[in-house]
Ligand binder design. Structure first.
Ligand SMILES: [Mg+2]
Length: 410
């Protein structure tokens, strides 16, 4: 029997802003930009949420719902710093930690009783350590599975701890709505509602065979989840095991749809840099690069290109992505979103060619030095040409409530 903690910071971005400016406390605060800007809400304080404001909502809608809200730009680098501090506290409790996003994590606390006491006591100690060292509130869910712990931390909010005693998981889940299950979005919720399934107990009473026929593999996973088991999706992975992605991607949505070629190209370079940094962190080389291009009005196209040799050098991917962009972008069409993805990984470098071997080596050395700086000072510190400073603006969202961080595989 495992003991799994799910820790989720309470209104993380806003709480960090309150540390910087205590006068924000208790007020409707919105992080993400000004109320008349085109972007979306990154995070909202509990006070702002009372007006129906939530992350990913357009800033303009938020300012209509709550005209007296305080809009702040936010401090991304600070949130990352705090996230690292949170992880350090967690690692002092267990070596098996998965940061699921910037403000939530799973801890495998199995076998830690001798060190920290029984589950509830160790959770109190962890909660106290976070409060003492970071002056931030969090909520903790405890159970024998990631799934139930995640749902429990949500029910424990704000600033609470909830332990689902082993053996009582299914009973505890039974009266909750199906949408509490991570991965059950609006679409699945609707499909289930059409056959009369609204509570987790309804789902648990269904025949596995029926769910398999109706929803395929996902249906089978749902049957397990309704019992409180880590069945299917990203919950199958072991906490603390290294991430093993099939693809790595970054996207950017512009505040205003744009035809500014300089901005578009700079954005593609910057997205590529972020993708390639992560690729090198895994010591992978990628063979395929894919461009995602969304136009005004949401029409979206994706175009992929295979490279002759797998690579881990920014230059190669930048070249391919700009080529894809040039041949697929009609210059008068406004662009809403750009995305860069690399896939088809190998963990071996290709044979250095006589023509480019020397130059590749120089690139690799430069990138190695740059990666080190980024690890130390943050991803935004350094750009190797192309990604023009001030032209492109990074953006991050706090995890929206109830949304899974990683999408379950199809
Ligand atoms: Mg949170």
């Amino acid at each position: 029997m495992k003991t799994i903690f799910h820790l989720d910071m309470d209104a993380f971005f806003v709480s960090v802003e309150e540390l910087l400016d205590p006068s924000l406390k208790g007020k409707p605060v919105i992080v993400g930009g000004k109320g008349d800007e085109r972007g979306v809400v990154s995070a909202a304080s509990y006070e702002a949420r009372k007006y129906g404001i939530h992350s990913a909502m357009p800033l303009r809608t938020a300012s209509m719902l709550c005209p007296h809200a305080i809009f702040v730009e936010g401090h991304l680098h600070l949130y990352r710093e705090y996230s690292e501090k949170i992880e350090a506290v967690l690692r002092s409790f267990s070596p098996l930690v998965d940061m699921a996003s910037v403000d939530e994590a799973y801890l495998d606390m199995t076998g830690c009783e001798r060190l920290w006491g029984p589950p509830l006591q160790s959770a109190h100690r962890l909660h106290q350590a976070i409060t003492d060292q970071l002056h931030l509130n969090c909520s903790i869910g405890i159970s024998s599975s990631r799934l139930v712990s995640k749902i429990a931390s949500d029910q424990a909010k704000r600033n609470g701890i909830l332990w689902i005693v082993p053996g009582t998981e299914a009973n505890w889940l039974a009266p909750l709505e199906v949408k509490r299950i991570p991965g059950v979005g609006k679409v699945t919720e609707k499909q289930l509602a059409t056959i009369g399934i609204t509570r987790i107990r309804d789902l648990a009473s269904l025949d596995e065979r029926f769910l398999l026929d109706r929803f395929g593999k996902w249906g089978l996973a749902l049957a397990g989840k309704a019992q409180g088991k880590d069945a299917g999706g990203w919950f199958d992975t072991v906490i603390g095991a290294p991430e093993d992605p099939k693809s790595i991607s970054h996207e950017h949505t512009f505040n205003e749809d744009t035809t500014d070629e300089k901005l578009l190209r700079a954005t593609l370079v910057r997205l590529t840099e972020k993708v390639m940094k992560r690729l090198r962190d895994h010591s992978f080389h990628a063979r395929t690069v894919q461009l995602k291009l969304r136009f005004e009005g949401f029409e979206t196209l994706t175009r992929a290109k295979s490279l002759g040799d797998a690579t881990d050098i920014d230059r190669d991917i930048v070249e391919a992505i700009l080529h894809l962009f040039n041949s697929n972008w009609p210059k008068d069409r406004k662009v809403r979103l750009l995305g860069v993805q690399v896939s088809h990984f190998t963990d071996q470098a290709p044979q250095p060619s006589l023509l480019t071997g020397d130059e590749d080596r120089k690139w690799r050395n430069a990138l190695k030095a740059a990666d080190k700086l980024k690890d130390k000072y943050g991803e935004g510190t350094l750009h190797l040409g192309g990604a023009l400073k001030g032209v492109y603006k990074d953006r991050v969202h706090e995890t929206a409530p109830k949304e899974p961080v990683r999408k379950p595989p199809k």
